[in-house]
Design a protein around this ligand. Sequence first.
Ligand code: SAJ
Length: 400
Amino acid sequence: PEVVMIGLGYIGLPTAALIAEGGTYVHGVDINQNVVDTINRGEIHIVEPSLDKSVSNAVSKGFLKAATTPVVANTYLIVVPTPFKDKNEPDISFVHAATTAILPLLKEGDLYIIESTSPIGTTEKMMTYIYEERPELNGKLHIAYCPERVLPGNVMYELVHNDRVIGGIDGKSTEKAVAFYAKYVKGELHKTNARTAEMCKLVENSSRDVQIAFANELSLICDKADINVWELINLANKHPRVNILQPGCGVGGHCIAVDPYFIVADYPMESKIIGTAREVNNYKSFWCAEKVQNTKLQFELQHGRKPKIALMGLAFKPDIDDLRESPAKYIVQRVLQNANNEEYYIVEPNIHEHNVFKLTDYKTAFEKADIAVFLVAHKEFKSLTKTPDKVVLDFCGIYK
Ligand code: SAJ
């Protein structure tokens, strides 16, 4: 094969399929045997529109094969997770392990690219590691960092059309990596160095996190000040240079709620706003759960009976089925922990079944509920009409 892709997850698999569909032999590597078997049957293990067609096409034409170990190639892409040891310590051990796996295969002129979101300096660290283990190759490899920036749900389109930032550890590496991406990316390819490219990825998601924190902070102030935050933001955004994002029940997903910590962990004294934004966005979820609790007690005092409560939405953002790192799910869990014989309906129109939560159809839940709590702005919810007898907690702007 021409390309070895290490990590066949949400980014690695779509990227591998795309390159293979273009007629390049790709050898995909994943430590999970089930994932490898699924892909070799031409099937997929994740939910992403049109990825299934792309993978089955690439596999049936023989351009994409998966295995648990790498083989010799000319280009190696590292697309593995970079989680946290604990909340403040980014863990690059998967990047390290992937590099260890390909170390004996590397030869002069090869291209080694990291795409995984990584703390600043990771690419340089891996270069040092490679050249320590293979001193005869010193200076003879091309090493670069090139982050992905695709939006889950729109990956196959964005992989091709988004601009990319490409940072080599030297000019030659950058050029070689640019030539590689130019084969399948239609967006512009912007050249820089590895450290800047690493930070660029972290900054993109931190910037969004900070902006959402601003909106969430406004929602707390408005709640106290008895002002409709949605109307307020809409009006402020009529200013030609103001563009405030939308408040919600917190920030979730595996990127925006995580990546800012990669900066804060290494530069704690300097990253005040970035760190505080994380706190504000986490606090917003806690605040929402408290609000449900208080509303429930108030209802009981007023009506002399326990309310029926509909918790509307579990996903981490509107119109997807992804519950990972979801603030809505966190709020539902917290509310259920405080349950005291109230009746609860849990709603998530994008999934049929859940192993922990018993799900109710959204219309039935809303109809029966004394208190309806909107956690995620799924499109289905927008057709539900408020009635005066129902208490509505609209945390995500269904009725904005
Ligand atoms: N959210 C709000 N208010 C808003 C916008 C979003 O509360 O106005 C919340 C969402 O409900 C969700 C969270 O923020 O809980 C994140 O959602 P998102 O749609 O902003 O982003 P992700 O996590 O799906 O994808 C992001 C994207 N990054 C940016 O837009 C800067 C994507 O381009 C990245 O590739 C992806 O992270 C990643 O993999 O890093």
